[in-house]
Design a protein around this ligand. Structure first.
Ligand code: GH3
Ligand code: MG
Ligand code: MG
Length: 369
């Protein structure tokens, strides 16, 4: 194994003899040294040699040390290079040079002729600072990665690995604001697997988990990139469709419903079939004033789909929706008189195991879950 170097030093000097002198002394003490004989060569060497410290002569032809320091500083500010301490080598009597060098961004200076013991002490002191800085930067990076991971976890459903309810609510908030600002439509589809409890009862909880995962992927596969698909709770999923009018959302929901109806879920060699019910709502709509009302409208429409037989898509404020909610007296919208529409796309006929069973309001239903 190669012995660990005490540090990588880039020595920049237009006199080759000076470079060789410092190289011999530093290498003898376990440092790794590279020389550069002008300013441009030094700048070129930095990304390749990756020095821990630069020992820089001020007086050089073409590009002097001051200019090198200024350019290094810009590169560092642009995050092209990490922090690299620079020690300037100045003439003994040039206070002006020292001030200018430190102002330009150098960390320290030594005066020529060089006292090697002093130079080595300064080099070590700056290497210690550099190490502290890079340890700190590595820790910061670690923390920020951990933070990103935690954020991702807090917004993702652990089982299905799609957006969770919190994420959906955040996105809905953003998308609602965006839609209102640009006067664009926005639609929601609230989906609930029919008779899902019986999957758990008949095949076991793990089979239920597996169906939920597969179901999430079925929904996601058909959504556009700009749509959000998430698990709102238990076996209830929400799709947020920006820029989508009610008619288009109902058509899409119907397509998804048919897809689920025709799909065979499999778990441990057994096949399971299920249907889903959907409630669809969109804005702008005279009865949908805010994002909460939109969510409630989709949820209420889902409730009607459940009550009227399951395996159906019900549109908020359709004739069917209004007739049903009026007869039940449980419409939880804003209390204004429902606007009757000619028809609500009612999905297919009821599934065979469907048995309308009143469970109270949609919110009540969720509270039970
Ligand atoms: P409905 O058609 O009225 O929606 O009937 P349902 O059986 O689907 O609805 P119900 O609310 O009666 O039951 C939902 C079931 O979903 C009960 C609960 O145990 C199950 N469930 C919720 N979350 C999970 C989960 O993460 N994994 C599994 N396996 N089951 C879950
Ligand atoms: Mg269900
Ligand atoms: Mg449910």
């Amino acid at each position: 194994m190669e012995p660990k170097t005490k540090g990588r030093i880039l020595v920049v000097d237009d006199h080759e003899d000076n470079i060789e002198l410092l190289r011999a002394r530093f290498e003898a003490r376990g440092y790794e040294v590279q020389g550069a004989s002008d300013g441009q060569a030094a700048l070129d060497a930095v990304p390749i040699f990756c020095p821990d410290l630069i020992l820089l002569d001020v007086m050089m032809p073409k590009m002097n040390g001051m200019e090198v320091v200024r350019r290094l500083k810009i590169k560092r500010e642009n995050k092209e290079i990490p922090f690299i301490p620079v020690i300037m080598q100045t003439a003994l009597d040039s206070t002006e040079n020292k001030v200018e060098g430190l102002d330009a961004g150098a960390e320290d200076y030594v005066t020529k002729p060089i006292n090697f013991a002093e130079l080595e002490a300064r080099v070590n002191s700056h290497l210690r600072i550099k190490k502290l800085q890079s340890d700190l930067a590595a820790r910061e990076l670690e923390l920020s990665e951990l933070n990103d991971k935690l954020t991702r976890i807090s917004l993702t459903d652990g089982l299905t690995e799609i957006d969770n309810r919190r994420c959906l609510e955040d996105r809905l908030h953003e998308m609602w604001q965006h839609s209102m600002r640009l006067h664009e439509p926005i639609a929601l589809i609230m989906c609930d697997i029919d008779k899902f409890k019986s999957v758990n009862d008949n095949y076991g909880h793990q089979a239920g988990d597996s169906v939920l995962k597969e179901f999430a992927q079925l929904l996601k596969a058909d959504a556009r990139e700009i749509d959000r698909v998430g698990r709102y709770g238990g076996e209830e999923f929400l799709l947020i469709l920006p820029g989508t009018v009610l008619d288009a959302a109902v058509t899409f929901a119907e397509r998804l419903r048919e897809k689920v109806e025709g799909h065979t879920f499999s778990y441990a060699g057994r096949t399971i079939c299920r249907t889903m019910s959907c409630g669809v709502a969109a804005a702008p709509h005279p009865r949908v004033k805010d994002q909460e009302a939109l969510l409630r409208a989709a949820d209420d429409a889902l409730y009607v789909a459940k009550e009227t037989g399951r395996n159906r898509v019900v549109r908020f404020d359709s004739a069917e929706y209004n007739e049903h909610t009026e007869s039940k007296g449980n419409d939880s919208s804003d209390g204004e008189k429902p606007v009757k529409q000619a028809t609500g796309i009612g999905g297919s006929s009821a599934s065979s195991d469907a048995s309308p069973e009143p469970k109270g309001s949609a919110e009540g239903r969720r509270a039970q879950a």
